[in-house]
Design a binder for this molecule. Structure first.
Ligand code: 5CA
Length: 415
């Protein structure tokens, strides 16, 4: 992508409305723009990063045996009356009426809809296990939407649901999902932790949260530095955990994933049944598994940034290489930049090419702000020696390499 064409309105100064780093940097890098409180436009750079996260989530969901579906955003409120959540969810559930005065809501999550889908189409244990998921926009009328994509009213979630004949089989589905989550967060390249958690308004009594560690995190995690014990502080019981206080450490986290063993919390009231091997009818055993896809984008920034901008992990970077042509008016610089751009693009590498007729200083500032893992700078001085300067965005390290040579590992992750 040529910067001269890219719709990325970058900002020099910090926007006053942004209180946290990720919100500030996403606005400054031209990744998002607010439409109204808690509701955003995703511009090309922001959307590109989110699509990278989505792709990894989708691959691991498919590999775990979950099948992708798409459920509606607008849901009949009657389904929510069946489970009693129409009352329980409160004002966070945005209710609307259609022209016939029928009540609907904007989906903040999809247990009711998916359970309805199940009960209309599945009867026997022979059709199980079943795992379905979607990647879809959710709406929660949060009391205090804030911090940009961290807590939006509209946000992108991956939600997966499992259906099993009994609790033992449901635990197997749960473990498959848990293993898929480990792969997802490892692949994203983030520093993360899994903790046992409270199941809150979703229900069930067995659940784990996945957190991206960041100083700005709103959750406090407590974990054993030498063992497996790791909990959200809400669940911490110093007396019961059996770990000496000296071994316990605290860290701040951003919740980016949450998985729940629901059992029959939804299937019993909605009469979503399964006939077991003896033909006996019983409520199907469910699990649900969420990932905050848009929140991951913000959380990654909260964990990876410096004074000059974002530092993307290779897996999440909008572009693997950012070519900076220091002199758009110099034929040699243009030639070298165009050649590398064409070559890498032909190899399938995501390249951003700053071909703008703008001062070098502005280009460097934008490259650091946008935060691609590698910058390749073409300037007259280097070119005289037949070299380009490569800068590692994370370490700041710069090396001069002969034209045609790439730093080790620079494009492996993207190609
Ligand atoms: N039905 C389950 C998952 S299938 C569910 O709704 N779980 S949840 O409430 O924990 O949400 C899943 C994930 O969505 C959370 O872990 C969080 O990462 C993300 N999320 C929740 N609320 C918001 C919000 N307001 N803005 C951005 N992300 C959110």
């Amino acid at each position: 992508m040529r910067m001269s064409h890219l719709f990325a309105p970058t900002l020099r100064d910090n926007p006053a409305e942004a209180q946290v780093v990720s919100h500030r940097l996403m606005l400054r890098a031209g990744m998002i723009r607010q439409v109204t409180s808690g509701i955003y436009n995703y511009l090309p750079l922001g959307l590109k990063v989110m699509r990278k996260v989505e792709a990894i989530v989708r691959e691991e969901m498919n590999a775990a045996g979950a099948q992708e579906i798409l459920m509606p955003m607008v849901q009949p409120l009657e389904l929510w009356d069946e489970t009693g959540r129409a009352k329980k969810y409160g004002p966070e559930l945005l209710r609307i009426k259609d022209r016939h005065d029928r009540a609907f809501c904007l989906g903040p999550t999809h247990e009711e809809v998916v359970t309805d889908l199940y009960r209309m189409n599945v009867q026997s244990y022979k059709q199980l296990p079943l795992m379905v998921y979607q990647i879809q926009t959710k709406f929660r009328d949060e009391v205090r939407p804030r911090f940009g994509l961290m807590r939006g009213r509209e946000f992108l979630m991956k939600d997966c649901y499992s259906f099993d004949v009994d609790e033992k089989a449901a635990m197997e589905s749960y473990e498959k999902m848990r293993a898929a989550y480990v792969k997802i967060f490892d692949r994203l390249g983030l520093d993360w932790r899994m903790v046992t958690a409270d199941s809150g308004s979703i229900g069930g009594n067995y659940s784990h949260e996945f957190h991206v560690l960041a100083g700005s995190g709103e959750d406090t995690l407590i974990f054993d530095t030498e063992g497996a014990y790791a909990v959200n502080v809400e669940k911490h019981d110093a007396a019961a955990c059996g770990v000496p206080a000296s071994r316990l450490k605290e860290a701040k986290g951003i919740e980016v994933g949450h998985i729940f063993l629901l059992k029959d919390v939804y299937s019993a009231p909605m009469k979503a049944m399964v006939a077991d091997t003896e033909g006996k009818q019983k409520p199907v055993v469910m699990g649900c598994y969420g990932i905050g896809v848009s929140r991951i984008v913000a959380a990654a920034i909260e964990q990876n940034y410096d004074d000059t901008g974002i530092i993307w992990t290779p897996a999440m970077a909008p572009y693997a290489v950012h070519i900076v042509n220091m002199r758009a008016d110099d034929a040699e610089c243009v030639k070298a930049s165009e050649e590398l751009y064409a070559k890498l693009t032909a190899q399938g590498v995501d390249v951003l090419y700053d071909d703008r007729d703008a001062p070098g200083g502005q280009k460097f500032a934008d490259a650091d702000l946008i935060g691609c893992p590698w910058q390749c700078v073409f300037g007259p001085r280097g070119l005289k020696e037949g070299k380009a300067e490569w800068k590692n965005r994370r370490t700041g390290e710069k090396i001069m390499l002969p034209l045609g040579e790439l730093p080790q590992g620079a494009v492996k992750a993207a190609a």
